[in-house]
Design a protein around this ligand. Structure first.
Ligand code: FES
Length: 153
């Protein structure tokens, strides 16, 4: 008889303990996530590369067929690398100068096309159509026998 009373009394305490544990875990997880997001806001990784000014990015030529392109991150920004010919490569910011959508290379038209409002840019980044107010930023490239180095003249 005494055993049953104890087990009945224990039940709510265990449930309460579990709920307290679960509530604490939820608050801890939420707090940790918020702190991480705030820290990323205060110290964005892009700012580190942009401040150094010496950042380079290497792309293997094997990954870049003639007429093809590849999106890489350069100085914290999406950058499109276009292989125009055997020895000619362009690297341009892939961020549209209109409202910041990411442009894509259309090899058949030889244009960069913005999917948001249809702005187009030539292989040098110049605006050829649409609402974009400025050309895309262009970066130095150097071709070696095996790779393209973005950010090196
Ligand atoms: S964001 Fe590219 S055309 Fe509007």
């Amino acid at each position: 008889m005494t055993m049953e009373l104890n087990s009945e009394k224990d039940q709510p305490i265990r449930r309460r303990s579990f709920l307290n544990y679960f509530l604490g875990l939820s608050i801890g997880t939420f707090g940790g996530s918020a702190a991480y997001a705030f820290a990323k806001y205060l110290f964005p990784p892009a700012a580190i590369g942009a401040e150094s000014g010496s950042e380079t990015v290497r792309v293997m030529l094997a990954e870049l067929p003639i007429g093809g392109s590849k999106i890489v991150r350069y100085k914290g920004e999406p950058t499109v690398v276009i292989r125009v010919s055997e020895k000619q490569v362009h690297a341009l910011s892939a961020v549209c100068t209109h409202l910041g959508c990411i442009v894509k290379w259309d090899g058949s038209k030889r244009l960069l096309v913005c999917p948001c409002h249809a702005a187009t840019f030539d292989v040098n980044g110049n605006v050829t159509a649409g609402p974009a107010p400025k050309p895309l930023a262009s970066y130095h490239t150097k071709i070696t026998p095996d790779e393209v180095i973005i950010g090196e003249a």
